[in-house]
Write a protein that binds this ligand. Structure first.
Ligand code: ADP
Ligand code: MG
Length: 290
């Protein structure tokens, strides 16, 4: 072997090592990317939706962490329900993608991913012609769960939300507003979803029932350890539930963080206006008595 051949061999060897090194780096980077993707339960990337000329959502980028409660808040018409409907797969984004634990939502996987989400729509959405039992167990029956499993789950959930079995044969019109919301929650939890989407679940209730249900719901969230995305327009309710608050206006994300962060470091005047627009009854009482 000539001297020149040796140089070429050495060069080829180092190039070979270089290629192996590059492959390893690429593999490790992909592995890291996968870990960081699955650490996020749900990711919205550059989402936009229009209704005619009205932008309902404009270039929304948002991440939801597992087992945390995120509250979507903002004035009426700002796009909160549209955002939940989009995550639930009921409407499609014109632009952007939704990534659930690293998998992009597509028309092929939407049904499987949908079964991992429980959704309570703004007015509860119970089917009026079905009894409590049939409303709650509808999807489990459709998925051919064994009868015993359905019955066990039904009783387990009834206990969780404080509905007694003598309500199982009632129709939604035979329930109070609070009971209807409890049953809606049972229905959303039936398949034991990882992600719970709640659109103003307590909005239509009177203040005392609402207060009790807030306490109960929070205990349920803590006990079940689910990822929760909940819509409200009430800042006190947001502060009570939220690990994270997302404030929206006109289809745009204005600021996110804790209530303290929003109050102390508002990104624009609207944030302070929105927080201050909701009078606390105790502050009103103080003012009246002074
Ligand atoms: P929010 O829940 O924050 O009150 P929505 O998400 O329901 O607001 O609505 C956001 C905007 O999109 C509003 O301007 C609303 O009028 C409009 N919108 C929502 N759904 C529809 C629809 N199906 N057709 C036309 N416009 C809609
Ligand atoms: Mg709404």
């Amino acid at each position: 072997m000539k001297l020149g051949d040796n140089v070429i061999l050495k060069w080829l060897n180092s190039y070979h090592y270089f290629l192996i090194f590059r492959l390893l780096v690429k593999y490790k980077l992909e592995e890291f990317q996968q870990i960081s993707d699955t650490a996020t339960m749900l990711k919205l990337e550059n989402i936009s939706i229009h209704y005619g000329d009205t932008p309902a959502l404009s270039a929304i980028n948002l991440e939801f962490q597992p087992n945390k409660t995120t509250i979507l808040i903002g004035p009426s018409g700002c796009g909160k329900s549209t955002l939940l409907r989009l995550i639930a797969g009921l409407i499609k984004a014109e632009i952007g993608s939704i990534i659930v634990e690293g998998s992009t939502l597509t028309s092929e996987n939407i049904t499987a991913l949908r079964h991992r989400m429980g959704y309570v729509i703004q007015e509860g959405g119970l089917f009026p012609h079905l009894t409590v039992r049939d409303n709650v167990t509808l999807m489990a029956c459709y998925l051919s769960w064994p009868a015993i499993k359905i019955e066990t789950r039904l009783h387990e959930l009834a206990e969780l939300v404080h509905i007694t079995p003598n309500f199982f044969n009632r129709y939604p019109s035979e329930l109070s507003g609070g009971q209807r919301q409890r049953v809606s929650l049972m229905r959303a939890l039936m398949l034991d979803p990882d992600l719970l989407l709640l659109d103003e679940p307590l909005g239509a209730l009177d203040p005392m029932i609402r207060f009790d249900l807030q306490q109960e719901l929070k205990e349920i969230f803590n006990r079940l350890d689910k990822t929760v995305i909940m819509v409200t327009h009430d800042i006190a309710e947001a502060a009570f539930f939220a690990d994270h608050i997302v404030l929206m206006r006109d289809g745009q994300l204005i600021q996110q963080g804790t209530l303290a962060e929003l109050a102390k470091t508002p990104t624009e005047a609207f944030v302070t206006q929105f927080i201050n627009a909701q009078r606390s009854p105790l502050a009103m009482l103080d003012k009246a008595l002074s």
